[in-house]
Ligand binder design. Structure first.
Ligand code: FPP
Length: 279
């Protein structure tokens, strides 16, 4: 039950040590989980099988993110556009979500994971809302990984919603338009409790954000892999994190200003590249 006592191979242990030794584990990772349908179709199976297998990827990625010390993991589980899918598929996704929560909440709680959601969750079926609320309440005091499920979510929807709330506060005289800053607008978004994502991972090779954390991803590193979501397991996460660790994040600074810190991490990066290429 406790993820800290999980036995892993010596090789995996060395990958983790190198990743953590780099000191560049992203604080916030967002994932656009794509390719469930294709995974199933390639195997001549119904699309829902891809979602079911995708849930296993969710379990592995949540666990490993928590073990590595990622503080925020945001999963794009159901976009606001996904309501347009066939009713049967939507029903299946909703019941899968409920299954996941019911089955996993004890373990998530035991491992100090806090569950939260973003999105127009009042559009979800009542029973899903109830199960979600139970999970959120139960884990609300946890201080480890914050697992945010983006459900019936759209980045534009959240931006529009915050602008509406902001406009109301302007009308009430609580905010003056002159005082508006990026921070003020951010504080109206549903994501206000989380830092911006450092890394956004997208599976199945598409080079799009698809309305995921639009405002928040302004400076995020984007990592796209050809792997379909049901195939994406811990080794793929290690690769994404290794790739992230390798990249320079400058925020307008010059390379020279970053040199010192990077030199200190070079040894870990060399180890990491060696291990990842070998696996
Ligand atoms: C995209 O694949 C995936 C989704 C719309 C749903 C994501 C859901 C899961 C991974 C299952 C369970 C999630 C949780 C949080 C328990 P797609 O169907 O768009 O694939 P395609 O592009 O190949 O058709």
């Amino acid at each position: 039950m406790s993820w800290t006592s999980e036995r892993i191979s010596a090789e995996e242990q060395s990958v983790r040590e190198a990743l953590m030794g780099c000191g560049r584990i992203p604080r916030h990772v967002g994932i656009i989980m794509d390719g469930n349908g294709r995974w199933a179709e390639e195997r001549g199976r119904p699309r829902v099988d891809g979602h079911r297998e995708g849930m296993e990827s969710v379990r592995d990625v949540v666990k490993v993110s928590s073990q590595l010390g990622v503080k925020y993991l945001t999963l794009y589980a159901f976009s606001i556009e996904n309501w347009k899918r066939p009713a049967m598929e939507v029903r299946f996704l909703m019941s899968l979500l409920e299954t996941y929560l019911r089955r996993e909440v004890d373990e998530l709680h035991a491992n100090n994971v806090r569950i939260l959601t973003i999105g127009k969750t009042n559009a979800l079926p009542r029973s899903v809302q109830r199960t979600l609320n139970e999970g959120i309440e139960r884990t609300s005091g946890n201080t480890g990984l914050t697992l945010t499920l983006a459900l019936s979510y759209g980045g534009r929807w959240d931006i529009l919603r915050s602008v509406q709330l902001l406009a109301l506060d302007v009308r009430r005289g609580k905010v003056s338009p002159e005082d508006l800053t990026e921070e003020v607008l951010s504080s109206y978004l549903q994501t206000s409790y989380m830092p911006d994502p450092d890394l956004v991972i997208r599976t199945s090779g598409e080079m799009r954000l698809s309305n995921f954390l639009l405002w928040e991803s302004a400076y995020a590193e984007i990592y796209v892999t050809e792997r379909l979501w049901p195939q994406f397991r811990r080794n793929d996460l290690y690769r994404a994190l290794a790739d992230y660790a390798r990249r320079e994040r400058r925020f307008g600074a010059t390379s020279a200003q970053l040199d010192e810190a990077q030199a200190a991490q070079a040894q870990y990066l060399t180890t990491l590249e060696h291990i990842l290429h070998a696996s």
